[in-house]
Design a protein around this ligand. Sequence first.
Ligand SMILES: Cc1ncc(COP(=O)(O)O)c(C=O)c1O
Length: 373
Amino acid sequence: MLLPAFKLEEYFAKYEFIASYTMASSDPETYTLTELLGMADEECLSLWNNLKFSYTETHGLPLLREEISKLYTHQNKENFLIFSGAEEAIYITMQVLLQPGDEVVVVTPCYQSLKEIPKAIGAKVTKVALEWENSKWNFNLDKFASAITGQTKLVIVNFPHSPTGCHISKKMFESILDIVKQHNVYLFSDEVYRLSEYNPEDCLPNAIDCYEKAISLGVLSKSFGFPGLRIGWTGSQNKALLERLAAYKNYTTICNSAPSEILSLMVLRNKDAILKRNILIANQNLDLLDQFFSRYPMIYEWYRPKAGFVNFPRLKLEMNIEEFAKQLVEEESVIILPGTMFDNEENHFRLGFGRRNLPEALARVERFSKKFQ
Ligand SMILES: Cc1ncc(COP(=O)(O)O)c(C=O)c1O
C-alpha cells in the first residue's frame, strides 16, 4: 500500500527540534516520570518495581483495559483492544474494515490518516468540510446527511475536533447517530479529545455506548497529555471485530510496551487530577490568547474553543500562511502549523495552547505581529 507523505509530521520534523517554542502542538503539557510515580497507588508501584520486560498480552493488560472501560458507561474490559497510540488503531481498523471500492465519508479538515489510509486502501472517500462562518467552525448536518448514500460503508467523525477545535452539541451528536443508524453503516468516532471539554456539560457520550456498529478511538496522548507512552485503544460492542483487529496487530506491534502499560494504568487512576490540571493550563492560555487576538483584529480571525488544546484561526493578511509561519519560525523561533498541512487553502493555521510556556511564545508572536499592524 502506497501512502503519501504525512505533511504534519514532516513539517514538525523540519522545525520541532530547532525552534525554541512550539505553538502548534496538539497535546498539552506533559508530566515527568517522577511526577507520575509520585501519584501512583501501591498496586501500580508494585507492578512498576516488579516489571519484567517480557511480551505482553495482545489485547492489552487486563487491569488497564478495565481502567479504560471506566471512561465509558456501558462497557467492560472485553470491549477494548489496546494499540501503540491512536495511529496504529486507525491504521489497523481501516485495514480490517475496508476493501478497494468501499465508500467512506469523513469530516475534514482532519488528522491525515483518517482520510489517507482509506484512500490508499482504494476506498472512495467523500469529504464533508467543516465550515468557517462568522469566525467560527461549524458542522453542517445537512451536508453530512446527504454525503451518506446506500453505498457508504464507513463514516468517520472526530469531536471535539482536531485541528479546528470545533465541538458539537449532544443534540447534534444524536442526530449524527440517527443518520448512521438509519444507513446501518460503521461509525469510526475519533474521541481522542474526549474529556478535555472545559465545561463537563459539553462532554458527548461515547459512540460505542450508543451504537453497536460504532468504534470509539481513545488515546493517552491528547486529553491526558502522555503521547510518549504510545497507548491508544479501540472500543467496540462487536467483539468479533475486535478479534479481527487483534489478529492484524500480530503483524504490526504484536503487543504493547510493558512499561507503558503500567505507566498508563497510573495515568488513568489519576485521571481526574490530570485532566483538571491540563484544562486549567488551557484556560489560562486561552485568556491570554483572547486578549492577544483582540489587539490584532486586522491580522487574525479567532474564536475561543470549548474543548481540547488546538484550534484553527485564520490569518487575514494577503501573505500566505506558509510564508508567514516560515518567517515566524525563522525570526522568532516559534512554530505554528500552516493549514495547508491539512489541505486547507484559506490561510488557517493550527494553534496549540496546552503548554505552560505559551506566555513566552506569545510575547514573541506579538513582537512579530507588530510588523504587520
Ligand atoms: C484527531 C487525532 N486522531 C488521532 C491522532 C493520533 O494520535 P497518536 O499520536 O496518539 O497516535 C491525532 C494526533 O495528532 C489526532 O489529532
